[in-house]
Design a protein around this ligand. Sequence first.
Ligand SMILES: Nc1ncnc2c1ncn2[C@@H]1O[C@H](COP(=O)(O)OP(=O)(O)OP(=O)(O)O)[C@@H](O)[C@H]1O
Ligand SMILES: [Mg+2]
Length: 284
Amino acid sequence: MKCPFCGSTENKVVDSRDSETGEAIRRRRECLSCAKRFTTYERIESLPLFVVKKDGRREEFSHRKLLDGLLVAAKKEKIADYTGVISQAGRVPIIVDVDAFALQNAYEMNYSVSEGKVLALVNVGASVTNVNVLSGSTSMFWRDITFGGNQYTDAIQREMSLSFEQAEDLKKGQAVGDRTVQQVIPILNSVSEDFSGELRKTLDFFTATSGADRVDEIVLAGGGSGVLNLDATLRDKFGIPVTIMDPFKKVTVDEKVFNPEQLADLGPSMAIAVGLAMRKLGDA
Ligand SMILES: Nc1ncnc2c1ncn2[C@@H]1O[C@H](COP(=O)(O)OP(=O)(O)OP(=O)(O)O)[C@@H](O)[C@H]1O
Ligand SMILES: [Mg+2]
């Protein structure tokens, strides 16, 4: 060990003690040439972990691969439930897709992605919201949040003593009897704030566990993205751009068959369907 002051390699240890965390030993040394003192730390060399594969090959341990494996393992039973239903109907299931990835496919076919830009795709369904965070075109994180359009309907039903159907109409901007849309706005806003809190927890978890330190934009889809002011609330709470996905942006539509206005209304809730339709046999 060279003395940092004079470069001599001759020194003696004057004191040895464990560092605060116990993971290293701290040694106080004195140079035998210039008598100045300096400190060194000795710690155990970290050994790379290896995984022995079925065919005997060894591969360096990858955190990412372990996570991918768990993802598949945890879903197997659920997938068996779904494919079972299809088999019983006399059909052969060939591809199984995940909402969050269908959402990504729908986005990527309609919008160009920029490298390094971190996008949170957020598909607000009735009972579940699918989140897929992309960096460029790589999915870095995905998760389902149990929160969706039903929370708004529940709140309206509760506060105004209405039926589910009536509350749904009001939520979608249709007056019911003497109940005006104006009256439900505070309820919608309050649920949107709760939703924003849930989304914040998920995105905080993402930034805490990934290399990314920020999310640049939120892209909403799903029927729930139509809730009045939800995009504005999220824009306000997160301080980043919030847009609503149009999954038909690059789809050529025969206007004689599909009314463009209707399609524009329906658009965001069709994101998953469009993504599923884009899957091809043989896709990884
Ligand atoms: N214009 C609208 N304004 C507000 N909410 C809407 C509108 N249109 C649909 N919704 C709500 O969106 C939700 C349905 O969205 P979507 O069709 O994306 O859900 P889903 O995928 O079927 O639900 P899940 O995945 O949770 O089972 C419902 O709660 C519905 O009330
Ligand atoms: Mg859904």
